[in-house]
Design a protein around this ligand. Structure first.
Ligand code: AMP
Ligand code: MG
Length: 417
C-alpha cells in the first residue's frame, strides 16, 4: 500500500497528542530525584536567606559609627566578640563596637553594615577604618533570593542538580515525581549478532539495541531489553504482544521498510494497533512508524543506525517525557554557522549528526562525518543534529543553520520543525 508522508512537525504533534496515558505520581527520596520530572511545584517554604547575614568575612558595625572616617582621621572600633557561620551574637552593639563576623553569619542586634576585612587595619582591641559605610553595606538580605510562598519551579520540570539544591534548601527529604514509564526494547533482524559474537559473512552486530539503551539511560528511564529477534512474523508478533503486556512503550528497531522481511506493519495490523504515521518527510528515517494501542505507544524505528538514533530523539524521547507531564519535552535548539558545504538536495527535512563548538563569540557546526542513514560513526562523533529544512538545494559554508542539542537536562517547551 502506498504510504502517505507527513511533515516532521505533524508527526511529532501526533505522537504527543497520543500520549494519553499520564503517569501517576510517587514519592522518592531527594537522593533518588535526579533526572525525574517534578510532580509538584517548588514553593518557597520560607524566605531565602532566612535571615539577614554577612556577605563577607569582616566586621559587623553600626553604619552611623563610621561616619567621617577617612585616611586623615581613621576611626577605631572595639571588637566585643566573634560570630562564626552558624552562631549567634547575642549582645547588642553599642557605640563604636563591632563583632568579628564570618560569611553567612546572622547579623547581631543593632548591626546594619558589614565592613570587609580588607578595608580594616588591626589595632590592639579591634580595628580602625579609613572610610565610612552606609546602612545595608555588604549584607545578604532575608528573602533576597526567594520569598516565602513564591512559586519557584513549576511542576513538570526535570530535576537537575540546581533543582536538587533548591529542594534541599526547603527541607524536601522526599519529593513527588512522575512514575517512570515502562519501556521495552526489541531489535529485529536475522542479520544481527550479539555484541560478544564474532563477525561472520552476512551478519553485523546489533548496535541499535545497546544505543537505545544508552539513549534511555541518558534520560534516566529504565527499560527491559527483550533481545534480538529474527525476521519471523509469528515470533515477532508474540514478542511484541508480550512486551505490550508489561510496558507503556515498546520500541523496536528494523523491519519498518518495504522489504520482504519488514514485518512491523503487518504486526501492527495483527495487533489491531492504530498506525499514526508510517512515512515522515525526513532524512534519515522516513520510514519511522508510530502506532498506538490502548494508550500504549509502539515506536517502529528504522534499523539504519542514524535513522534509529534520530527517530528516538525526535519522537520517542518527547513522548516519554510527555507521559510524565514534563513541560519541556523537546530538544533545545540554537543557531550556528555551518563550517562546511553541504551540497546534497533536501526534498525532505534533513537531520545531520554534527559537532558544534564555539570559536571566539561564534557558535559553529560541522557534519560529524559519513552521514548516510546507515552511518554509525557519525552518531559516535556527534554532539548535536543540524536541521536542514526541506525544499533547499544544498547549504554552503557560512550559512546560519539550526542545531538541536543532545543530552541536555532541560529541554524546550515547543517544537516547530
Ligand atoms: P531494516 O530497517 O530492518 O530494513 O534495516 C535497515 C538497515 O539497518 C539494514 O542494513 C540492517 O542490517 C541495519 N540494522 C537493522 N537493525 C540493526 C541493528 N539493531 N543494529 C545495527 N544495524 C541494524
Ligand atoms: Mg531488518
Amino acid at each position: 500500500m502506498e504510504r502517505t508522508p507527513i511533515t516532521v512537525k505533524t508527526a511529532v504533534q501526533s505522537v504527543i497528542d497520543h500520549c494519553t496515558k499520564k503517569m501517576e505520581l510517587e514519592t522518592v527520596s531527594l537522593e533518588a530525584a535526579y533526572g525525574r520530572v517534578l510532580g509538584e511545584p517548588i514553593i518557597a517554604k520560607h524566605d531565602v536567606p532566612p535571615f539577614n547575614r554577612s556577605a563577607y568575612d569582616g566586621y559587623a558595625i553600626r553604619a552611623e559609627d563610621s561616619a567621617g572616617a577617612s585616611t586623615q582621621s581613621p576611626l577605631n572600633f572595639h571588637v566585643i566578640g566573634e560570630i562564626g557561620a552558624g552562631y549567634v551574637g547575642e549582645q547588642p552593639l553599642g557605640e563604636k563596637e563591632a563583632y568579628r563576623i564570618m560569611t553567612g553569619a546572622i547579623l547581631p542586634p543593632n548591626a546594619d553594615a558589614i565592613v570587609m576585612l580588607e578595608d580594616t587595619t588591626k589595632t590592639s582591641d579591634g580595628f580602625s577604618l579609613t572610610k565610612s559605610f552606609q546602612t545595608d553595606d555588604n549584607i545578604s538580605f532575608q528573602g533576597e533570593d526567594a520569598q516565602k510562598g513564591e512559586e519557584l519551579i513549576p511542576a513538570g520540570s526535570v530535576i537537575h542538580p540546581g533543582t536538587i539544591a533548591l529542594l534541599a534548601t526547603f527541607g524536601y527529604a522526599n519529593v513527588k515525581v512522575a512514575v517512570l514509564p515502562k519501556v521495552s526494547l526489541v531489535s529485529t533482524g536475522t542479520e544481527l549478532l550479539e555484541v560478544n559474537e564474532p563477525l561472520v559473512p552476512g551478519k553485523i552486530r546489533n548496535s541499535n539495541g545497546p544505543m537505545l539503551q544508552g539513549q534511555l539511560a541518558r534520560m534516566g528511564v529504565p527499560f527491559e531489553a527483550l533481545g534480538t529477534m529474527e525476521d519471523d512474523l509469528d515470533a515477532c508478533t508474540d514478542i511484541i504482544k508480550e512486551a505490550l503486556k508489561k510496558s507503556d512503550i515498546v520500541i523496536t528497531t528494523g523491519g519498518v521498510s518495504v522489504g520482504d522481511y519488514d514485518y512491523l506493519p503487518e504486526i501492527y495490523d495483527r495487533l489491531g494497533a492504530k498506525v499514526l504515521f508510517d512515512k515522515v518527510m525526513m532524512r534519515p528515517g522516513s520510514v519511522t512508524t508510530v502506532a498506538e494501542l490502548d494508550g500504549k505507544l509502539l515506536f517502529g524505528l528504522s534499523g539504519n543506525p542514524s535513522a534509529c538514533f534520530t527517530g528516538f530523539e525526535l519522537f520517542a524521547r518527547p513522548a516519554i517525557l510527555s507521559m510524565m507531564n514534563c513541560t519541556t519535552p523537546y530538544m533545545p535548539r540554537m543557531k550556528a554557522k555551518l563550517e562546511e558545504d553541504f551540497p546534497k538536495k533536501n526534498p525532505f527535512t534533513r537531520f545531520v549528526r554534527a559537532i558544534w563548538y564555539t570559536e571566539g563569540d561564534a557558535v559553529k557546526v560541522v557534519p560529524a562525518g559519513f552521514n548516510k542513514s546507515n552511518a554509525v560513526s557519525s552518531i559516535a562523533r556527534g554532539n548535536g543534529i543540524i536541521v536542514l529544512p526541506s525544499g533547499s538545494s544544498g547549504f554552503s559554508k557560512g550559512m546560519e543553520v539550526d542545531v538541536l542539542l543532545l543530552g541536555q537536562e532541560t529541554g524546550a517547551h515547543t517544537w516547530d520543525i
